[in-house]
Write a protein that binds this ligand. Structure first.
Ligand code: ZN
Length: 95
């Protein structure tokens, strides 16, 4: 018997272009009021982009402007700083 695999949506990291299961990527959202936020719960509305859960991909996404392009807006320095600290907190949690 071949069991039908459960369909898990795949998303692509904007920095390294790797495709991973949606749940294994961090979602960054541009909210309707124009803020750039880390969407920990995956529930914020707005335009989203996916990045691997690591600082390297986050920095690459911001510095190469891939994230700005994906979100179709500028990523302000303070939003980047905030994202970075949230990613760091997440990395510590994951070990
Ligand atoms: Zn990546």
């Amino acid at each position: 018997m071949i069991s039908v695999p459960k369909k898990i949506p795949m998303r692509q990291c904007v920095a390294c272009k790797e495709k991973k299961e949606k749940t294994r990527l961090a979602r960054v959202v541009r909210t309707p009021d124009g803020r750039v936020l880390y969407d920990a719960g995956g529930k914020l509305s707005g335009r989203g982009a996916y990045v691997c859960h690591n600082i390297n991909c986050l920095e690459k996404a911001v510095k190469s402007r891939a994230l700005s392009r994906a979100l179709e807006c500028e990523v302000p320095d303070e939003a980047f700083e905030q994202l970075r600290s949230q990613f760091e907190a997440q990395e510590e949690k994951n070990g």
